[in-house]
Structure formats: structure tokens, C-alpha cells
Write a protein that binds this ligand. Structure first.
Ligand SMILES: Nc1nc2c([nH]c(=O)n2[C@H]2C[C@H](O)[C@@H](COP(=O)(O)OP(=O)(O)OP(=O)(O)O)O2)c(=O)[nH]1
Length: 145
């Protein structure tokens, strides 16, 4: 690992952006296919913010790579949730831009599901995502679309 990256890891937290992708009051959940310890559990699609990258830009990039969609970040969901150090999860609500393809599980996931608020807990979310999803849920139907 380059020295700059090593130092960054020692001294800083690295943000993972998760997208609360919303459509018609439903939230998109994605089932991880890897690594083995996370496979089968559900998460908010997204990924690591690269050095120098704005989190909103990382979110748009990750959703294009993982789901093949053209997404627009809407607003930050307040809070920050610890993952395996040095990672922390931050969440933005997002919507599909007009003309975007429908989400498809292109990489990292093997199933996607649009969940209505009453169905949010039907899937086994990653333990570390539960508080973030709970926060998203409180905003569904109020601050969204
Ligand atoms: N995307 C995402 N990652 C999560 C969530 N919850 C959680 O613990 N993680 C973990 C899984 C991974 O260890 C890390 C994010 O890695 P990733 O594999 O999704 O991101 P990436 O595409 O940038 O990764 P990489 O393969 O380039 O290293 O955060 C979540 O809700 N969304």
C-alpha cells in the first residue's frame, strides 16, 4: 500500500457512502454477494469514497458501477455509523434521474428489492446498517418526493 494511503488509514476514518435510493416512497435494498462474511445480508448500495472525492460524487459513481443507474443525491441523512475500522457509513437519500435505467445487480449484489416502509424489516440487513436504515425509515413519506 502506498505510504500516503497507509498514513491516511492510521489517522483518519474512511467514509463509505450508502444510498437510500427512493422511488415512489419505496427504498432500494441490495443483497451482498461478497465477501463471504457479508454475503446474503442486505445493505444500502454504495461504497468507499476515494481520496479527494466528494461523497455525493462517490455515491453517483458507485451506483452507476454497481446498479447501472443514473442517480441524483438528494440530501444527507443526519448521522454517521461505525463499520469495521477505519470505515464509517454516511447516508444520502437519492433518486433516479429521468431516463435512468432500472437498477440491476451488476456487481457486489445478487438481488435487489424495492421495499415499502411496512416491509423494510422483511430483509436481514447487515447489523451495522440497522440504525442507518431506521433513520431513513423515519424520513420516508415525510421528507422524500
Ligand atoms: N456499500 C455499502 N457498504 C457497506 C454497508 N454497510 C457496511 O458494513 N458496508 C461495508 C462493506 C464493505 O466492507 C465496505 C464498503 O465496501 P464496498 O465493497 O461496498 O465498496 P467499494 O466498491 O468502494 O469497495 P472496493 O471493492 O473498491 O474495495 O463497507 C452499506 O450499507 N453499503
Amino acid at each position: 500500500m502506498p505510504e500516503s494511503r497507509r498514513l491516511r488509514r492510521m489517522t483518519e476514518r474512511i467514509v463509505v457512502v450508502g444510498a437510500a435510493l427512493l422511488d415512489g416512497g419505496r427504498l432500494l435494498a441490495a443483497r451482498r454477494s461478497a465477501p463471504p462474511e457479508l454475503a446474503g445480508r442486505w445493505e444500502l448500495p454504495g461504497g468507499k469514497v476515494e481520496p479527494g472525492e466528494r461523497p455525493e460524487a462517490a455515491l453517483v459513481r458507485e451506483l452507476r458501477e454497481e446498479l447501472g443507474v443514473d442517480a441524483e443525491p438528494v440530501e444527507r441523512v443526519p448521522g454517521e455509523w461505525p463499520l469495521r475500522p477505519p470505515y464509517v457509513l454516511q447516508v444520502w437519500t437519492a433518486s433516479l434521474r429521468p431516463g435512468s435505467a432500472a437498477p440491476a445487480p451488476l456487481e457486489d449484489h445478487d438481488e435487489l428489492r424495492w421495499l415499502t416502509p411496512d416491509r423494510i424489516w422483511d430483509v436481514p440487513w447487515l447489523d451495522q446498517d440497522v440504525p442507518a436504515v431506521r433513520e431513513v425509515l423515519t424520513r420516508l413519506g415525510t421528507r422524500t418526493r
